[in-house]
Write a protein that binds this ligand. Structure first.
Ligand code: GUN
Ligand code: FE
Length: 443
């Protein structure tokens, strides 16, 4: 088993007490075995020593809502609201995807994510070619829950995205059987019905039963936009989350992206049924969707994670920006003391792990957890002074993704000296341009 010894870091453990300690971390294989102090006496024979003197070690970020398949569409759907954004731009673009374009879209997104300290994602693919995204996830070393998006209903949907209910379910199960548990357990499958607007009741009920049968998560968009919830109310005669509960989909394995437009009854449903929520402040502000009442949801004990959503509604996949926006958007609404730096950093790490049901495996720097870590080099103007500084404040309010120096996922170094080792930047930048050009010809 490979032994990795990280020496002399300042460690933001994100354990239950948010302890900050100085010292070393010892990793054996993919697991953290010891944290803190001088581990020289037990680290003998380490295969790899990472000199972290003065650097800040923290858990890799966990982003609980991403669309890797949309990375190629960065900058191609600006300044629109959700339904127009989908119908006029995103759906036609997704419909034009082939294996090659999905693959490079995923690699481009993963390169950006790893480079900026994100080690785990919950990812929603498009209707077709999801296999190509899973191959990119596998080769890049990132930890992911992912699934093909499911759409068997709705207006103004391009033919290539219109699915037959049974085939959508069967294709999802086929991908699940191939990828769930792959790469030594680093890859998980999740059923991804797009949102109620795109799904028949038959499809959603099928997802409910199959997700129980296979013991996997269900990920969908819910109550992001007022037009969306008006469509659902007109078609199903109920508010969005009330409808999900009505058909039995509101369960502990359900992870909702956005959850902005909820009434009190829907918040109660989410809490009582053990549903999880992902907050996407960058996307929500750019699409003018609104601001989720995150302090209220968290105050009710609902697990809330953080995610950048897709590149065309953000337009970055940068957790440092999401943390900043998550804090600032709530301060305007609730006052300056809410969403302090500790709360936001917990949301970006352990909070995400809890949303994904991976809280025993990732989200903190503790013995027994998987070694998903990032080292920040805060030796720069914009993060000084360091004297007597609150490290949470430095990381959340001042640090940027450029400060990420080293990243490990599953005990493996994937970023070193600010360079991604597992995704070839030169190749992916060139090939993503080529793949996009070909995709636009098919549009
Ligand atoms: N709702 C349905 N599909 C999507 C999507 O691709 N992105 C966002 N942000 N919301 C959606
Ligand atoms: Fe989304």
């Amino acid at each position: 088993m490979t032994k990795t010894w990280i020496r002399g870091a300042v460690i933001l453990t994100m354990n239950a007490d948010n302890e900050v300690i100085r010292g070393d971390v010892l990793i054996e294989g993919n697991k953290i075995v010891k944290v803190g102090g001088d581990l020289g006496p037990v680290a003998g024979g380490a295969d790899r020593i990472i000199e972290a003197g003065g650097k800040v070690l923290l858990p890799g970020f966990v982003q609980t809502h991403i669309h890797l398949c949309q990375t190629l569409f960065r900058g191609r759907a600006d300044d629109l609201e959700l339904i127009d954004w989908l119908r006029q731009r995103i759906w036609p673009l997704e419909a034009a995807h082939d294996e090659d374009s999905v693959h490079y879209s995923a690699l481009l997104g993963i390169g950006e994510l790893l480079r900026s300290g994100t080690t785990t994602i919950l990812d929603m693919e498009t209707v077709n070619h999801a296999d190509a995204a899973f191959r990119a996830i596998e080769s890049s070393g990132i930890r992911a829950l992912s699934g093909k998006v499911m759409m068997d209903h709705g207006t103004e949907v391009p033919p290539a995205l219109q699915e037959n209910t049974e085939r959508s379910l069967a294709e999802s199960v086929g991908l699940l059987e191939k990828w769930h548990g792959a790469a030594g357990g680093r890859i998980h499958y999740a059923f991804c019905p797009r949102f109620v607007v795109s799904c028949t009741e038959e499809l959603l009920v099928g997802v409910r039963d199959l997700s129980e049968k296979y013991g996997v998560k269900v990920h969908t968009h819910a109550s992001e936009n007022r037009e969306e919830i008006a469509i659902v109310e007109a078609e199903r005669g109920m508010r969005n989350v009330a409808y999900l509960d009505h058909i039995g989909l509101a369960r502990p394995n359900l992870i909702l992206a956005h959850s902005i437009w909820l009434d009190e009854n829907e918040k109660r449903i989410i809490r009582e049924r053990g549903v999880k929520v992902t907050h996407c402040p960058g996307s929500n502000l750019k699409l003018a969707s609104g601001v989720a009442d995150v302090p209220d949801l968290m105050g009710m004990g609902i697990p809330v994670g953080l995610g950048a959503d897709g590149a065309p509604c953000n337009n970055n996949l940068d957790m440092f920006q999401e943390m900043r926006l998550a804090a600032f958007a709530q301060k305007v609404r609730h006052g300056p003391t809410v969403m302090d730096a500790r709360t936001v950093l917990r949301m970006a790490t352990m909070g995400g792990a809890e949303v994904l049901g991976l809280e025993r495996d990732i989200g903190s720097v503790e013995a027994g957890k998987l070694a998903d870590l990032q080292l920040l080099d805060l030796d720069d103007f914009h993060v000084y002074p360091s004297y007597d500084a609150d490290l949470f404040s430095r990381v959340v309010y001042a640090a940027t993704r450029g400060d990420v120096d080293t990243v490990l996922v599953d005990g493996k170094v994937v970023v070193e000296g600010r360079r991604v080792l597992t995704v070839d930047k030169d190749v992916v930048l060139r090939e993503s341009d080529r793949a996009l050009k070909a995709l636009l010809k098919r549009l």
